[in-house]
Structure formats: C-alpha cells, structure tokens
Design a protein around this ligand. Structure first.
Ligand code: IPE
Ligand code: IPE
Ligand code: MG
Length: 242
C-alpha cells in the first residue's frame, strides 16, 4: 500500500498525449486535436485544484516537438498564449500560480514574454502551482543544470575546474524549479508506455499511470481514477517493507 493510503499526491505530472490521433479518428486536422486538448487541460487543471493537488506539471511541448510542421508548432504556441491570457480570472479566483519548466531562451520572444508575465502576475498565489513544461526536455534540463553547477563550482573552487566533483545536490539546485518536490505520480494518456524525455531527473521514483484515452477526452473523472490507482501503490524508494 501507499505509505499514506488514499492520500492525494502532492505533485502530479501529465504527459498530455493523443491530440493528433483524436483528431485523425474524427477526420479532422491535427490542430483541431490541440484545440480540444486545451479544453481538456482547463478541465483537468480545475479538477486537480479541487482535489487538493499542490503541483501539476503539464507536458505541453517537448524539445523534440520542433520536428513537427511550422503550422502545427505555430498553432500550439498560439494556444499556449490563449490559455495563459484566457485563464487569468481562473488563476485569480483559485489562487493558482503559473510556472515554467524548460528552456525559455529557445522559445519565440512573444511566448517567452507571455509566460514571464503569467508567472509574475501569479507569483504570490498560494493555491495549486501549474508548471507548464514548454520547450522542455529532461536531458536538456539536466545539461543546463550541470553547466550552471559546473560554472558556479569551478569559479569558486581553489583547484579550478580540474578539482571539480559534482554531487547530486549540486545538480538538483540548478534544475528549473528546484523548490518543487519530485512528482509522486506521472500520468501518460493515449496508451503509450514511454517517458518521451519528461522529468527524467525528478521522476526517478514517480509512480506511473497509463491511460488508454486520448488527451482531448480526459476529464476530472479520469484524474480521479489515476489518483485511485496511485492510492493503492506501495512506494518503497529502494527500501524494503517493514
Ligand atoms: C500531444 O498530442 C500534444 C503534443 C505533443 C504537443 P500529439 O500531437 O502528440 O498527438 P498524437 O500522439 O500524434 O496522437
Ligand atoms: C510527448 O508526446 C510530448 C508532449 C506530450 C508534449 P510526443 O507525442 O511528442 O511523444 P512521442 O513522439 O510519441 O514519444
Ligand atoms: Mg504524441
């Protein structure tokens, strides 16, 4: 059993997958799937906040998703903008804080500004934190953290870079959101059994839940089912049950 059986996970990450297949199955263009996916995100954010989840990381766009057509990429970026602006009242009412994970320098300047503004406008809100993983890759996050840790340590190290030995804590403190606890539960929709570069460092001991449903079909009830499954897991973190 989960150490605190039935308890709500503090941090849930969601790999929101299947927008394209959802659309194709209906004879629609892929972008229509992303539009419906945005509606699902709004539903699930509301449900997660009502359920008492403290941190919700939404995998919105990966460092590998730039391989898609310019049209699809542009459409997704436009939706992100729409989401951040359109939900401002919701954030205020529910005290939701917006944060970003990923390489912000690689984002188009207008999207970057939009995210910075949303993060700034909501920074003092004490309700659920929604972390948008946008231009996010687990490997990229680790590489950026290692570079920062290395630069900081080598500048302060008496022996210079040659005397350098990084430890777990050195890397951790330079991750994108070091104060956010590791995810307890990672959900992937659309039936795929892979991480696709999501929270590689932080997800070391996350429980996984795979849903066969495409993301645009997801509702709060699906999240409740995922939490139910999580409540039955036995988390050992490499130890043994006593
Ligand atoms: C997830 O849906 C959204 C993003 C990756 C941006 P997909 O667009 O990957 O949908 P499928 O997997 O092709 O069905
Ligand atoms: C993962 O989905 C990325 C997001 C959901 C944002 P992908 O559709 O990009 O992953 P693969 O290509 O199926 O592994
Ligand atoms: Mg996909």
């Amino acid at each position: 059993m989960n150490t605190e059986t039935g308890s709500v996970p503090a941090h849930v990450g969601i790999i929101m997958d299947g927008n394209g297949r959802w659309a194709r199955g209906r004879g629609m263009v892929r972008t229509q799937g992303h539009l419906e996916g945005l509606k699902a995100a709004k539903r699930v954010v509301k449900a997660a906040s009502d359920m008492g989840i403290s941190y919700l990381t939404l995998y919105t766009f990966s460092t590998e998703n730039w391989k898609r057509t310019a049209e699809e990429v542009g459409f997704i970026m436009g939706l992100v903008k729409q989401y951040l602006r359109g939900e401002l009242d919701f954030y205020r009412e529910n005290r939701v804080r917006i944060r970003h994970a990923g390489d912000s320098e690689g984002l188009p300047p207008d999207i970057r500004r939009e995210i910075e503004d949303a993060c700034e406008d909501t920074r003092n809100f004490t309700g659920m934190q929604v972390i948008l993983a946008l231009n996010y890759g687990g490997r990229d996050e680790i590489i950026r953290a290692v570079n920062r840790a290395w630069m900081f340590k080598s500048s302060g190290s008496p022996g210079g870079a040659g005397n350098l030995r990084l430890r777990e804590g050195d890397i951790r403190q330079y991750l994108d959101n070091p104060d956010v606890p590791d995810p307890d539960l990672i959900v992937r929709t659309a039936g795929e059994f892979r991480t696709s570069n999501f929270l590689l460092w932080e997800g070391a001991y996350a429980e996984y839940y795979i849903s066969g449903k495409f993301w645009p079909d997801w509702t709060g009830e699906d999240l409740a089912l995922a939490l139910q499954s999580y409540g039955k897991r036995e988390r050992r973190f490499g130890g043994i049950r006593v």
